[in-house]
Design a protein around this ligand. Structure first.
Ligand code: AKG
Ligand code: FE2
Length: 341
């Protein structure tokens, strides 16, 4: 049993004790929703303006760890359809969603679609639960995993198949620009990448000051591309939470912890969290681009005077188990892999 929140949240008149966070984690301080997070026009990434756009992207990653992209080429209609499919998915009857329930015995990231509530971390021993349900599955290039994807709503595989192909194309454009900005060869990120759909559903919440959709964290993958329409995402900037204003037809992009390693500390992975609201449920479609094998500082970025700051590690075998453990809070996920100066 995944004990999915969306199966019972509409009957709740108060936040149950299971979902009341300890005082220090509650989102009680006022948070400003800003429109200062850089917006990058990918339409300009092809012509003469490319070097300037690459610089803008690198500055955004350095200063915020986040930016939004527009003119990315993903059809508006497809974005709308994908959002509709996911909203329908999360309002399916409980028995249908329970088919994908992840339990403690099935707590590893395999290809098959899985659902869980709250957090992928220490799933079976969480003391406090976050206010969300998640659907997660791989979206591999060869498309062979598609038969493991949900088959309801009936257009799920067709719409999300097209969507994940488009998002793969966008992720290549972004990673190509990151490689260029770091001074790495153009195809640096082309090999050994995995892609996962990780879709969050945060039901409306009776008291958003007591809980969070998801608590502060850094992502474990290379980059994340988020489609959102309702406000809720906040990022930590200069030790203060700021809210990311949803922009129509834009995607939010953020860097994950492995980017810090590959860039040998140049690019940070920025912590973020999600708040809930009383009136609207929120669905965010996450495309997670993951390294598949070894993660290490790019060889071109280390040398005399520039010693490597991190050891080389296998992402799935060494890093992910640590990331999913209780010890990994925010950037602490990288601690065991640091080389002391
Ligand atoms: O819902 C969002 O906007 C972000 C979710 C998130 O941070 C995650 O799934 O890692
Ligand atoms: Fe995240």
């Amino acid at each position: 049993m995944a004990d999915l929140l969306s199966n019972y949240s509409s009957k709740l008149e108060a936040v149950p004790p299971s979902h009341c966070l300890p005082l220090h984690e509650r989102p009680v301080d006022p948070v400003e929703i800003v429109n200062t997070i850089p917006v990058i026009d990918l339409g300009k990434a092809k012509g003469d303006e490319r070097p300037a756009v690459v610089q803008q992207l690198m500055k955004a990653f350095e200063e915020y760890g986040f930016f939004q992209i527009i003119n990315h080429g993903v059809p508006e209609k497809l974005m709308e359809e994908a959002m509709k499919v996911y909203k329908e998915f999360f309002s399916l009857p409980a028995e249908e969603k329970e088919r994908y329930a992840k339990d403690a015995a099935n707590n590893t990231a395999t290809g098959a679609a899985k659902m869980y509530s709250s957090s992928a971390k220490h799933y079976d021993s969480e003391e406090h639960r976050y206010w969300r349900d998640v659907l997660e599955h791989s979206a591999n290039l060869d498309g062979k995993d598609r038969e493991t994807w949900p088959d309801k709503p009936s257009r799920y595989r067709e719409v999300i198949g097209e969507y994940s192909d488009e998002l793969r194309r966008v992720s290549k454009v972004i990673l190509g620009m990151v490689a260029e900005g770091l001074g790495l060869e153009p195809g640096f990120f082309d090999k050994g990448l995995g892609q996962r759909m990780l879709v969050n559903h945060y039901p409306a919440c009776p008291d958003p000051s007591l809980t969070l959709g998801v608590g502060g964290h850094c992502d474990p993958n290379l980059i994340t591309i988020i489609q959102q329409e309702v406000y809720g995402l906040q990022i930590l900037k200069d030790d203060k939470w700021i809210g990311v204003e949803p922009k129509p037809n834009a995607f939010v992009v953020n860097s994950g912890l492995p980017i810090t390693v590959i860039s040998n500390g140049k690019l940070a992975s920025v912590a973020h969290r999600v708040v809930t609201n009383t009136t609207h449920s929120r669905t965010s479609i996450g495309t997670f681009i993951c390294p598949e094998n070894i993660v290490e500082p790019a060889k071109a970025l280390v040398g005399p005077g520039n010693p490597p700051q991190f050891k080389s590690f296998n992402w799935g075998i060494d890093f992910m188990p640590h990331y999913l453990s209780k010890k990994s809070v925010y950037h602490a996920a990288l601690e065991p892999f640091k080389i002391d100066a």
